[in-house]
Design a protein around this ligand. Structure first.
Ligand code: MN
Length: 152
């Protein structure tokens, strides 16, 4: 008798090992500025230029790490490539974002993004319309604001 569920479990284990060890982009360098809390890695993939007006980077947040509150004058798009994270626009509930999620951050809307307290998260961050302007950094996301996810 063949145990189909056993084979499926083995297959899923193989797939998850494969995906975590074969990230498309390396995590880059540790971020050392004050615009983030916790351990964050950044790999710039595309620097902005006047032909494209975008800036693209792969950002990896270790558990508990997140951006400060901020907004983008030209907007931003996030493509989650690994793990589970959080996204919140000011005045709205915290959203859980997972591998495969596409998040549009509208221009000039205050928000933050990062990992969950227990899982890391990697996203490709695409800064759009860089000819209009880049990120404007604000206050850190406090522990109370960050932990508010569990109360919703
Ligand atoms: Mn953002």
């Amino acid at each position: 008798m063949v145990c189909i569920s056993c084979n499926r479990a083995k297959q899923e284990k193989f797939e998850s090992t494969k995906s975590s060890s074969e990230m498309a982009f390396s995590k880059g360098d540790k971020v050392t500025n004050d615009n983030f809390i916790g351990t964050v890695w950044l790999n710039y993939l595309v620097e902005t230029d006047t032909a494209h007006n975008v800036i693209i980077g792969s950002v990896t947040f270790e558990p508990g790490a997140r951006t400060n509150w901020h907004y983008h004058k030209g907007g931003q798009i996030l493509l989650v490539t690994q793990g589970q994270g959080l996204y919140q626009e000011k005045g709205k509930p915290i959203e859980i974002i997972e591998k495969g999620a596409v998040v549009k951050c509208p221009a000039n809307i205050e928000h933050w993004h990062g990992a969950t307290p227990t899982e890391s998260m990697t996203h490709i961050a695409i800064g759009t319309n860089t000819n209009i302007g880049g990120a404007i950094w604000l206050d850190p996301v406090t522990e109370d604001e960050y932990n508010n996810v569990s109360k919703q």
